[in-house]
Design a protein around this ligand. Structure first.
Ligand SMILES: [Zn+2]
Length: 344
């Protein structure tokens, strides 16, 4: 088979031949029909991921993908050849305290497919059966590769009731774009998106945001206040990890508001901890991944009912062999892209 393969510690990757994976008894062999690119893949491609070890080389990365089941391990129950599955990239152990308390997404022994194991930017991938979401029909086949990231946005936005609330989406990369649509579908009174890219602000409006503010402009806080009200926003969904954005989001909240920390800063942040969080009673919630599989049931319902449509956020599809074009677009200063799909 062909696969996008990291062959050295330097920037980039190669599209080269590899053996079709041999599955373990608890795994499925998936013929990948589509994969999408996420920040973790980008960090590996750019060689900027701190948890990427030379010992893994050469390795096939890719955390978000879907496909057809073509082989089934003897212990992998509940699947048939020909089933269409999306992949939950978080491999949970099933026996730690977190897993036994319904928090598999923050398993103490968590491994990530395509980071800690061979991934899905390939024609075939081996996936534990317990990390495979079987579709019951073909209605979501075209968006099967983005189910994982969409589920993360579902978890981030809907962890708490947002009906009638004002919501600020900070950062309109794909996770933020999905979040804008989910917030609107979840009954938010007003959804305001924040991003420096005019292309992505337009996408946020397409996804259902009521307003989109240029984060590179001056006086963002007063613009947020103007559109959401002087009392401050009820919830901030922080998807960018940018130091300025985190500080702005905290200041934009009303006292007692909810700050969802999702975006990953590349350096340690300096915050007005006492003034912006403690004294104002801000509720800070870290969100990593999605609840396995509660978020999947929620998103299937949201998607099949038509309450939210992630398709406007999917802006480009390339043959997998053209993966360099996709990464160049995401790495570009302009960021004129939303979610990008690669097809083997
Ligand atoms: Zn566990």
């Amino acid at each position: 088979m062909k696969a996008v393969t990291k062959t050295s510690r330097s920037h980039g990757a190669a599209y080269r031949s590899a053996d079709v994976p041999v599955i373990n008894r608890d795994e499925l062999l998936i013929r990948v029909t589509a994969a999408s690119i996420n920040p973790g893949d980008l960090a590996i491609y750019n060689s900027s991921a701190p948890d990427f070890s030379p010992a893994q080389l050469p390795f096939i990365f890719g955390q978000e993908f879907c496909g057809e089941v073509v082989e089934i391990g003897s212990l992998a129950k509940g699947f048939e050849k020909g089933d269409f599955v999306s992949v939950e990239s978080h491999i949970f152990c099933g026996v730690c305290g977190q897993c036994r308390n319904d928090q598999r997404h923050i398993c103490q022994n968590l491994r990530v497919i395509g980071r800690d194991t061979q991934g899905g930017l390939a024609e075939y991938a081996a996936v534990p059966a317990r990390c495979s979401w079987k579709h019951t029909d073909d209605s979501l086949k075209d968006i099967g590769a983005v189910m994982g990231p969409f589920g993360s946005s579902v978890h981030a936005v809907l962890a708490e009731d947002i009906v009638g609330r004002t919501v600020l989406i900070s950062g309109c990369a794909p996770q933020g774009l999905f979040a804008a649509g989910i917030a609107k579908a979840g009954g938010a009174k007003r959804v305001v998106a924040l991003d420096a890219s005019s292309y992505r602000r337009k996408l946020a409006l397409k996804m259902g945001a009521d307003a989109a503010i240029d984060s590179s402009g001056s006086d963002c806080l007063s613009k947020i206040t103007k559109t959401c009200g002087s009392e401050g926003v009820d919830a901030v969904i922080e998807m960018s990890g940018g130091a300025k954005a985190v500080s702005l989001g905290l200041k934009a909240l009303r006292p007692g508001g909810r700050f969802v920390a999702f975006g990953l800063p590349v350096t340690n942040l300096s915050l007005d901890y006492a003034g912006d969080i403690v004294r104002r009673g801000i509720r800070l919630e870290g969100v990593a991944g999605r609840e396995i599989f509660r978020s999947w049931y929620k998103m299937e319902s949201l998607l099949k009912s038509g309450a939210v449509d992630p398709r406007p956020a999917i802006t480009h599809t390339f043959p997998m062999k053209d993966f360099k074009k996709a990464f160049a677009l995401i790495n570009s200063k302009e960021k004129n892209c939303g979610k990008i799909i690669l097809k083997p």
